[in-house]
Design a protein around this ligand. Sequence first.
Ligand SMILES: Nc1nc2c(ncn2[C@@H]2O[C@H](COP(=O)(O)OP(=O)(O)OP(=O)(O)O)[C@@H](O)[C@H]2O)c(=O)[nH]1
Ligand SMILES: [Mg+2]
Length: 190
Amino acid sequence: MNIKKSELAGTFFNQSQLPRDNRPKILFFGRSNVGKSSLINALLEHKLAKTSSTPGKTLSINYYLIDAKLLFADMPGYGFAKVAKSERARVRQLITDFLNQVENVRLAALLIDSRRGFLPPDIDTLAQIVEKNFPILTILTKSDKISFSEQKKLNTQLIKNFGLQTIFFSIKSQAGKNEIWKYIKEAIKE
Ligand SMILES: Nc1nc2c(ncn2[C@@H]2O[C@H](COP(=O)(O)OP(=O)(O)OP(=O)(O)O)[C@@H](O)[C@H]2O)c(=O)[nH]1
Ligand SMILES: [Mg+2]
């Protein structure tokens, strides 16, 4: 993808901050530390999103605007036990409010850690996305940490159990990046 300009276009912590915006959007969901911000940076070829080895880095919804016409939403990570209960409740409410009012979602990318596979909070998130009828792409992150045969096994399981098509991605090798862009381009076609 030939991107001329990408920029942080908003950080939202609660419903009153959520903007109305009709531009096409790609949402990135996943457990804390799964690699959402890292994937966004890789796709944009620009270190815009803050990444950290400490889980719970992104507890807001962050919009990244690409060439003034496409928005990526880095969603707050879930499933991290060390985030205070009240903070987790706030984040859950923020996601619910966002999903109730967001317009023009073209694709919801659900990121899963290749080493861990699908966990109960991922299934809850999947259910929320399915309920909204958003097209879904499952991305298995940190694929450099498992072998090719393990990748094949996991892929077969996800197809069999959830009917999900998956792409393996690694920030180390950049494997999967072009394929993910292909999905995004197809999703934003008018
Ligand atoms: N080996 C490997 N490490 C990765 C990969 N993607 C991300 N990481 C590492 O995983 C850690 C978490 O990455 P982030 O991108 O900050 O994760 P996040 O999903 O945005 O996390 P939260 O903001 O807490 O929800 C960082 O230390 C990254 O360097 C990958 O493909 N391979
Ligand atoms: Mg993050």
